[in-house]
Design a protein around this ligand. Structure first.
Ligand code: SAM
Ligand code: SF4
Ligand code: F3S
Length: 434
């Protein structure tokens, strides 16, 4: 029996799809080479913006035809489009979907397959695994180099524009021993780099009372033999503290890479977004991170065209990014989402063409900054963890998460750490020689 999973959205969905694949592999299922061959098809969805939601509907409509031709195929819908309400109110709208799964919840599909007798004898494998262990798809075992582990579920921050808390529920930290078991099982299957995930990863443990925090979690995962690198995302500016920065600075496996979204550079917009900090707070944070962690790469997210954003307010975001010169900026055009405070109370009054103009202005600025930052790396020797090969070129990442390509046929580089001398630098990638 074969399965295929389409994964849309963020790294959290990638991790959730991996957990689902792991459960299916335990039932004896294997990943299909092409979707056509699959007996079980799952769409793991994102709704962070309307465009993402539309993409999920597009995929679902394509699966409607398939289900009519092959009624025996099992169609699953998972993730943030489904949300947490069960039985799913979407069932009436998409009658060709056999099973609905909330984010990070593969159980409904697994129960359906077992209930219909569609799990084969390899299910016994399940008993051989410890709770919390994660079984990589057969074709990725020993090959997958870098992957994600969810350290937290949900979010309770309630930023005015954001649908995530409504679909993923309140913040819940996973117990440290469960995260460690998952990380260890991945390393045993060949993984060399782990990124710990949470919507506000720097709040790890704060919902567990006086338990461990993110610095403790990093220190514990750091001890796993065979693990080479460790990252974490996403940080919220309010919760990055000295203990965390000390852990990043002191632990050799923890990479100098922090993702800390600013969202806007204007204080009034930040207040209406309910972010809880000012542009100056963010400036000071960047200064502090750079002082404590030399050569750190800082990534951020920005939303343009938030309700009521004037040209002047937008320019404050532009100027902040021009001043801080961060390594990577993910720019999104504001999209009103159901249930959120901004969608309910604030008219979406920046026209689409104007949102696009602002997006493009930031994109041009950031391309120039990234090209300048990267060209300073020309001639430098950087440590690269090689992840795989594409069209004759090996590719991997630096500790600061920059993508590096090189050509070399002398050996199989996958999963190895090597030093690459940079010979070409563009805004989005580097080329070098080993
Ligand atoms: N928890 C992280 C944070 O605090 O930024 C990430 C949340 S969200 C899954 C990822 C990014 O999507 C956000 O950083 C934000 O820039 C963007 N985003 C969220 N809601 C949006 C909306 N309604 N319109 C446009 N972009 C949005
Ligand atoms: Fe959404 Fe804000 Fe939570 Fe991030 S911190 S997931 S933007 S509510
Ligand atoms: Fe999308 Fe859900 Fe992630 S809405 S961005 S898949 S948390």
């Amino acid at each position: 029996m074969k399965y295929h999973i389409w994964t849309m959205g963020c790294q959290m969905n990638v991790a959730d799809s991996m957990r689902l694949a792991s459960e299916l592999e335990r039932l004896g299922y294997r990943a299909a080479d092409t979707p056509d061959e699959a007996d079980v098809l799952v769409v793991n969805t994102c709704v962070v913006r309307q465009s993402a939601e539309d993409k999920a509907y597009g995929r679902l409509m394509a699966l409607k035809g398939l289900k009519e031709q092959h009624p025996d195929k099992i169609i699953g819908l998972m993730g943030c489009l489904v949300g947490r309400k069960m039985p799913s109110p979407l069932a009436g709208r998409f009658p060709w979907v056999d099973v609905f799964m909330p984010p990070a919840t593969p159980e409904p599909l697994i129960d359906l397959l077992i209930g219909r007798g569609l799990a084969d004898e390899e299910r016994s494998l399940r008993d051989a695994l410890q709770d919390g262990d994660l079984l990589l798809p057969e074709r990725e075992r020993g090959k997958l180099v870098a992957t994600y582990v969810n350290a937290m579920q949900g979010c309770s921050q309630g930023c005015a524009y954001c649908i995530v808390p409504y679909r993923r529920g309140p913040e819940r930290s996973r117990p440290m021993d469960v995260i460690l078991a998952e990380a260890r099982s991945l390393v045993e299957q060949g993984v060399k780099e782990i990124t710990l995930l949470g919507q506000i990863i720097d709040r790890y443990g704060r919902d567990l009372g006086s338990g461990p925090d993110l610095a403790d979690l990093l220190r514990a995962v750091h001890e796993i033999p065979g693990l080479i690198r460790l990252r974490f995302l996403t940080s919220h500016p309010l919760w990055v503290d000295d203990r965390l920065l000390d852990a990043v600075a002191e632990l050799p496996k923890v990479c100098e890479h922090i993702e800390v979204p600013v969202q806007a550079g204007d204080d009034e917009i930040l207040a209406r977004m309910k972010r809880g900090y000012t542009a100056d707070d963010y400036r000071r944070l960047v200064e502090k991170i750079r002082a404590r962690i030399p050569d750190v790469a800082i990534h951020t997210d920005v939303i343009v065209g938030f309700p009521g954003e004037t040209e002047q307010q937008f320019m404050r975001t532009y100027e902040l990014l021009a001043e801080l010169r961060l390594d990577k900026v993910h720019i999104a055009r504001y999209s009103p989402r159901p249930q959120t405070l901004s969608a309910r109370k604030m008219p979406d009054d920046v026209p689409p063409e104007e949102k696009e103009r602002r997006r493009k202005a930031l994109d041009d600025l950031q391309s120039q900054i990234a090209a300048e930052i990267n060209s300073a790396l020309l001639g430098r020797q950087l440590e690269v963890l090689v992840e795989g090969k594409k069209k004759n070129r090996w590719y991997g990442r630096t500790r600061t998460n920059k993508l590096v390509f090189f050509e070399d046929d002398s050996r199989d580089w996958r999963g190895r750490l090597t030093t690459v001398e940079i010979t070409w630098a563009g805004p989005w990638s580097l080329i070098g020689k080993v």
